[in-house]
Design a protein around this ligand. Sequence first.
Ligand SMILES: [Fe+2]
Ligand SMILES: [Fe+2]
Ligand SMILES: [Fe+2]
Length: 279
Amino acid sequence: MKDEIVEMLNEDLAGEHAAIIQYLVHAYAMGEGETACEIEAIAREEMRHFDWLAETIVGLGGVPTILRGAMRTGGDSVAEWMSNDVQQEIDAVKLYEEQIKAIGDRKIKRLLRRILSDEESHRGSFEHFVEKAKRKGAKDLRGTRSDKTTKILNWGIEHEYTVILQYLLQSYLTTNEEAKEELQDQAINEMQHLGWLSEEMVGSGGSPRIEHTEVDQSRKTADMLRADIKVEKEVAAEYDRAAGELDDPGLKTLLIRIRDHERYHADVFGDLLNEEGKD
Ligand SMILES: [Fe+2]
Ligand SMILES: [Fe+2]
Ligand SMILES: [Fe+2]
């Protein structure tokens, strides 16, 4: 039964993952309006679900999946996107309701009920956004720009998404409490980077593509940290190089700020690795 529950929760995790990215893509594409902020807030609630589910999976002796479930990213208008988001929530509600019936464990049932009530509320919010988008004619602000700038932004987005997944997975798998806390902290910082770069992309006439590259699968904390230090050093150098190549002063400043964060991350992980080596 334990394995079956892990399997079910991993299916939920993949669904939460898909919802997070689907909603973020929609929020970024809508620019800085009120609805976009509300959608981002919903995405943040899905991140909390993701976190609770992953911790529960680890508690059951399982490994949280970083696979992403099916997303609904089509649609020609904001109203259609919002309908897609309604549908995503309807699917989630259905899945959680089935699992609540199938699972006997009191604590897990309670957690799923808690998540379910959020999803029901999200469904209502997205239904409201459909109507609002129809009334106000909200626009897709993304463009088709494709040049050096959008290439750099897309590279950054891909990198940030990859390390978000990597640090979250590592934070669930490590047994080093200090590393766990730092990994979660840096993952949140990388989420900020992802948001900044995506908003910059939309603002400058491009279209963010949120896909990731290979995520480190180490199981030993020291190996995780070595992989993290390597990637942080590489990307700090790359952000530094890219900032030097671009003329837009705002974008330059942004990339330098991110570069400095990445250097900080490399230092933090370096200290943790030194500590880890002493045990
Ligand atoms: Fe959720
Ligand atoms: Fe970053
Ligand atoms: Fe970083």
